[in-house]
Ligand binder design. Structure first.
Ligand code: NAP
Length: 321
C-alpha cells in the first residue's frame, strides 16, 4: 500500500489549508473526508463577514475556492469515513476507512465537530420536519412563521439574527438569564425587535403532528411547564468533536489536546481546527491551525528517512527538540 507523507482527516478549512501548504512544499498529501462536498461547516454558513480578504462571502463559495486551490496544488482526495487510526510502534500510520486503508508517515486530524443534541423527546422524530441544526439550510422553509432557537452562545445568537430576516418572530430560549455570546452579537440581538428572549428556560419536548407545532418548555426558576406554539426549533447548544476514531489524549469533552506545535500525545499525529481543544471555532483560526500543522508535519518528515520509515517513533517525537 502506498505510504503518503501525510494523511489529512477532514476537509474543512483546517484540513484544506494543511493540504495547500504541504502540497505547495512538495510533500505528498492525501485528504480523507466522508463527504464528497469539501468545506465542512463552511457549507452551512450563509454569509461570512469575518474572514480576512472578503467583506462578505458565502460559506459554500469560500469552501469551493479552498478546494479548487488545494486540488490544483496536487492534494489527493479520498471520499471515505475514517473508522480508526491504528497506532503502531512504527512511524507509519494506518487509517482504516469504510472504503479500505490509507497509510501515511504522519497524520493531521482536522475532523471538526458536530452539533450537540438536546436529547429530548421529538428531537429525532421531527428532524428535517421543523427540528434543525442549520438555520442557513432550513431557515428559508419558515418564511413569516414563528420559530425558536435554543442556546445562548455565538452560534445561537448569530443564527437567531439570521432567522429574523425570514421568520415573523424568533424566540431565543436560554437556560440562563444572560447570553454567553460575544458583546457585538449580544447587543445586536437585544436590540432586534423580532427576537423575543425566554430566559431561565429549558426545552423539555418537541411536539407536533408530522411536523413541529410547538415545544414544551420549563421555567428553571419556578419549574412551571408550558407549551409554546412554533413551527421550527433550531438547536445551537454547542458542538461535540468528531474524534472517536483516534486514541490520543483528549479533554473532558473529547476535543484533542495538543501542544503549541499542534502535536498530539502520539508522535507524528497532529490536530488542527475545531476538533482541537481550545480552538476558537472560527474559519480563520482553523486556517491558521492548518498552516501550523503543515509546518509541524514538515519538521517531522525532515527528521525521518522516508526509505526507512520503520525507525522508532522516538525520532519523530524528538524532531522538535
Ligand atoms: P457554545 O459557545 O459552547 O454555547 C453553547 C450554548 O448552549 C451555551 O449558552 C450553553 O449554555 C447552551 N447549552 C449547552 N448545552 C445545553 C443544553 N443541553 N440545553 C440548553 N442549552 C445548552 O457553542 P456555540 O455557540 O456553538 O459556539 C461554538 C464555538 O464557535 C465558539 O467558540 C464560538 O465562539 C464559535 N462561533 C462563533 C461565531 C461567530 O463569531 N459569529 C458563530 C458561531 C460559533 P450555558 O451558557 O448555560 O452553558
Amino acid at each position: 500500500m502506498f505510504l503518503h507523507d501525510a494523511v489529512i482527516i477532514g476537509g474543512g478549512p483546517a484540513g484544506l489549508t494543511a493540504g495547500i501548504y504541504l502540497c505547495r512544499a512538495g510533500f505528498d498529501a492525501v485528504l480523507v473526508d466522508r463527504s464528497p462536498v469539501l468545506g465542512g461547516q463552511m457549507n452551512l454558513t450563509e454569509k461570512i463577514e469575518n474572514y480576512p480578504g472578503y467583506l462578505s462571502i458565502s460559506g459554500p463559495e469560500l469552501a469551493k475556492k479552498m478546494e479548487v486551490q488545494a486540488k490544483k496544488l496536487g492534494l489527493k482526495i479520498v471520499t471515505a469515513e475514517v473508522t480508526k487510526v491504528k497506532l503502531t510502534q512504527r512511524n507509519e500510520k494506518v487509517i482504516e476507512t469504510n472504503m479500505g486503508e490509507v497509510k501515511g508517515l504522519t497524520v493531521i486530524v482536522a475532523s471538526g465537530s458536530e452539533p450537540k443534541k438536546l436529547g429530548v423527546k421529538g428531537e429525532k422524530e421531527f428532524l428535517g420536519r421543523g427540528v434543525s441544526y442549520c438555520a442557513t439550510c432550513d431557515g428559508p422553509f419558515f418564511k413569516n412563521k414563528e420559530v425558536a432557537v435554543v442556546g445562548g452562545g455565538d452560534a445561537a445568537v448569530t443564527e437567531a439574527l439570521f432567522l429574523t430576516k425570514i421568520a415573523k418572530k424568533v424566540l431565543l430560549i436560554h437556560r440562563r438569564n444572560e447570553l454567553k455570546a460575544q458583546k457585538v452579537l449580544r447587543e445586536k440581538a437585544l436590540q432586534n425587535k423580532k427576537i423575543q428572549f425566554i430566559w431561565n428556560t429549558a426545552v423539555k419536548e418537541i411536539i407536533g403532528n408530522g411536523e413541529v407545532r410547538g415545544i414544551v418548555v420549563k421555567n428553571l426558576k419556578n419549574n412551571v411547564e408550558k407549551i409554546i406554539g412554533v413551527d421550527a426549533l433550531f438547536i445551537y447548544i454547542g458542538r461535540v468533536p468528531n474524534t472517536g476514531f483516534i486514541d490520543v489524549k483528549k479533554d473532558e469533552k473529547g476535543f484533542i489536546l495538543t501542544d503549541k506545535y499542534l502535536r498530539t500525545s502520539e508522535p507524528g499525529i497532529f490536530a488542527a481546527g475545531d476538533c482541537r481543544s481550545a480552538s476558537a471555532g472560527q474559519i480563520s483560526s482553523a486556517v491558521g491551525d492548518g498552516a501550523l500543522a503543515a509546518f509541524s508535519v514538515q519538521s517531522c518528515l525532515e527528521g525521518i528517512d522516508k526509505e526507512m520509515p520503520y525507525v522508532s517513533c522516538k525520532a519523530m517525537a524528538d524532531c522538535f527538540l
